[in-house]
Design a binder for this molecule. Sequence first.
Ligand SMILES: Nc1ncnc2c1ncn2[C@@H]1O[C@H](COP(=O)(O)OP(=O)(O)OP(=O)(O)O)[C@@H](O)[C@H]1O
Length: 476
Amino acid sequence: MATDSWALAVDEQEAAAESIGGLRIREKGDEPKPEENGAQTGPSEEEKDDDDRAAQSLLNKLIRSNLVNTTNQVEVLQRDPNSPLYSVRSFEELRLKPQLLQGVYAMGFNRPSKIQETALPMMLAEPPQNLIAQSQSGTGKTAAFVLAMLSHVDPANRWPQCLCVSPTYELALQTGKVIEQMGKFYPEVKLMYAIRGNKLDRGVKLQEQIVIGTPGTVLDWCSKLRFIDPKKIKVFVLDEADVMIATQGHQDQSIRIQRMLPKNCQMLLFSATFEESVWNFAKRIVPEPNIIKLKREEETLDTIKQYYVNCNCKEEKFQALCNIYGAITIAQAMIFCHTRKTAGWLAAELSREGHQVALLSGEMMVEQRAAVIERFRDGKEKVLVTTNVCARGIDVEQVSVVINFDLPVDKDGNPDNETYLHRIGRTGRFGKRGLAINMVDSKASMNILNRIQEHFNKKIEKLDTDDLDEIEKIAN
Ligand SMILES: Nc1ncnc2c1ncn2[C@@H]1O[C@H](COP(=O)(O)OP(=O)(O)OP(=O)(O)O)[C@@H](O)[C@H]1O
């Protein structure tokens, strides 16, 4: 039957989505091919640590224990500019149910985050307002919509009232945990996971008030299997819209779910980024939206001293690194390599020299990566060797030195300026002065370095690592 083949297709899509959800271990023989010495051209697909946004997003969630601080103002585009816009400075002002206020405080939240100050009054308003909200990861979006969902359910009604769609199984579980924590003192409200593998008997009608899941299963449960009556949904949340649309098919499934919901259902959409594709998607899902944007802090190279070292091969680069370590005290450093193979080699060499080294590599499961980062954050290791994709978006405050053992290039071998800024930018944040050292090992990589210099219009000084006095000077 047509519906069955369609359901099968949905299953397949979800299986594919889950397999790129980050939790996987590579098979033996799946290792990268040996790289050519010294050549810094774009790596082949196998060589490169492939990662994806869902894994990155999950990693961020796993390692984040605090809000990301931001001084930027929120930008608000209101659907109805005549209705008073207000923001709150405390959770009390929101007149939450006492059980929920208790849950919020038990989580250690003292006051709403920047995005929550504006988003929460809108989400809790009567009549409910639709919202599209964008702010970087870690600014309190999840906590905000979880609070909105918990506030809107009627625990006396034993049917699904809030539907939350996440891009992957793992991300859905993380959000589910927040719902459980925040709803700790509100045990009448129950939660159900609509994820692959959660098999229910045919004919069952869900009694849980909140359902969180991945698009394929949620769609299945609302339509073909009818575990959920979509017409009774009051709040629909689409989380991580940017990650969602990176998976083929999810966009379509989300739109199909949305079409089954009643006209007065509150639609909420969250995203860490807001490129054109996300924006187009958001407009299809959320009619007449209020829009809240929180600008990301700009990364700059102003407070960073940048150097480059001329070498001929990776062994020479390693020697230069040893010379730097011998001359200056480095509290904590992050070293970026192009491939997993180089990263593994370098970590082993550094360990042999007596350094406490942490290695972050693409074949590790996301949880393992989170554990490595936490150990490094706690200062258990002083050097973190990593490939580029693994470390994107990770902030380790205390890092004072960043070393580009290989310069960042895109898949065509052109300079990846954005990644360069991202790698280096972190050291100079928090008002401290940072140090960045680039290893150059060929004409090609010198050319890349020159183009990076030109792009940022910032000089990268040459450093002679055979001259101890010169190295000592850069630390001052
Ligand atoms: N008002 C608050 N006060 C203190 N901590 C908060 C507050 N809101 C959220 N947090 C905490 O800050 C961290 C980030 O919050 P949250 O996960 O809601 O952000 P997010 O924007 O959804 O990020 P991501 O998309 O990465 O999940 C979490 O550890 C959360 O418990």
